[in-house]
Design a protein around this ligand. Structure first.
Ligand code: NAD
Ligand code: LMR
Length: 342
């Protein structure tokens, strides 16, 4: 399998080398909200990708300097800046992957749902523009509350007549990154080997790490399962409290989002072995959107992976049933937000 790596050295502008093959960096990525806490480090990590030929950065403020700064890195992609609604369309034309971290972050004491009133409108506007200018692109939604913003994006795309459920993704990679880190620490495992699927959604108890499916196979006591599950579910809040009013996770989020972008680009590039967890339209449960492991291909989601949901532990079965009402309500809230608009 061809694996683009953000650690690969650029050979010549617009070229990358892989086992002696010279291949064109040929994908266009847009980041909407690129001057923000996530946007800036994410833009830097995507700038390091050998698969990217154009990196379009959009924000309502401060993006010119970010783009000028990044454009001096001698990696293949050309960096362009776009500011304000008048330039949004041009930012999105011909783009393969659109990443949306635009919106306000939490402060201590807030839930992700408390961000709904502001972020719902931001996501709606940006996805409308994506529908008009790059209807075929993969869309990665980072803005919270993800449990509702992804259904909002789906409704917007449906209204525009361009909804392809295989190409709309809620980014839950950070939950997997955290689960892998915390499990490796707890069980003294080599970090690089650890893989924990995380299913459900991206808020509180809707985040369900399937510790029983950890690879390599490892056993946990009941206390360890409870402690690790709670830590993974509250990890966002852990960062919000540590930042004490200065926002939420940005660096680890940028790392996770860059991984999901790179996986998407590898899939677009024909790698047949790309799997990630993501919050997507799903028929694995009775909920219309659900995070699970997915297989990515050139046309987006090639398959939802049902096997993780089979043979769950009793603890996981109960937690799965317990998360459904909250996740269902968040999905319905997102759908209603778009459908109620005149
Ligand atoms: P931030 O405030 O630092 O940055 C947000 C950026 O969005 C700002 O630069 C702002 O100018 C821009 N913006 C606002 N309205 C816009 C619009 N209409 N169009 C374009 N850009 C606009 O916030 P952040 O820390 O980068 O977090 C962004 C979002 O990501 C928050 O909603 C946060 O909750 C969410 N988040 C999600 C995850 C996840 O795992 N999915 C993780 C961390 C943060
Ligand atoms: C996270 O999980 O870090 C993000 O969803 C941001 C937050 O508000 O916790």
């Amino acid at each position: 399998a061809l694996r683009g790596s953000i650690a690969l050295k650029a050979q010549k502008p617009n070229q990358r080398s892989y086992y002696g093959l010279q291949l064109q960096a040929s994908y266009k990525v847009a980041i909407l909200g690129a001057a923000g806490g996530i946007g800036q480090p994410l833009a830097l990590l995507v700038k390091m990708s050998p698969l990217v030929s154009a990196l379009n950065l959009y924000d309502i403020a401060n993006v010119k300097g970010v783009a000028a700064d990044l454009s001096h890195c001698n990696t293949p992609s050309q960096v362009l800046d776009f500011t304000g609604p008048d330039e949004l369309g041009n930012c999105l034309k011909g783009v393969n992957v659109v990443v949306i971290p635009a919106g306000v972050p939490r402060k201590p004491g807030m839930t992700r749902d408390d961000l709904f009133n502001i972020n719902a409108n931001i996501v709606k506007t940006l996805v409308e523009a994506a529908a008009d200018n790059c209807p075929d692109a993969f869309i990665h939604i980072i803005s919270n509350p993800v449990n509702s913003t992804v259904p909002i994006a789906a409704e917007v795309l449906k209204q525009k007549g361009v909804y392809d459920p295989k190409k709309l993704f809620g980014v839950t990679t950070l939950d997997v990154v955290r689960a892998n880190t915390f499990v490796a620490q707890k069980k003294n495992l080599k970090l690089i080997d650890v893989d924990v699927p995380v299913i459900g959604g991206h808020a509180g108890i809707t985040i369900l790490p399937l510790l029983s499916k950890t690879k390599p196979s490892v056993s946990f006591t009941d206390e360890e399962v409870e402690e690790l599950t709670a830590r993974i579910q509250n990890a966002g809040t852990e960062v919000v409290e540590a930042k004490a009013g200065a926002g939420s996770a940005t660096l680890s989020m940028a790392y996770a989002a860059a991984r999901f972008v790179e996986s998407s680009l590898r899939a677009l590039d024909g790698d047949g072995d790309v799997y990630e967890c993501s919050y997507v339209q799903s028929d694995l449960t009775d909920l219309p959107f659900f995070a699970s492991r997915i297989k990515l291909g050139r046309k987006g989601i090639e398959a939802l992976i049902p096997s993780d949901l089979q043979g769950l532990s009793e603890y996981e079965e109960k937690a799965l049933e317990a998360l459904k009402p909250e996740l269902k309500a968040s999905i319905e809230k997102g759908i209603a937000f778009v459908q109620k608009q005149p």
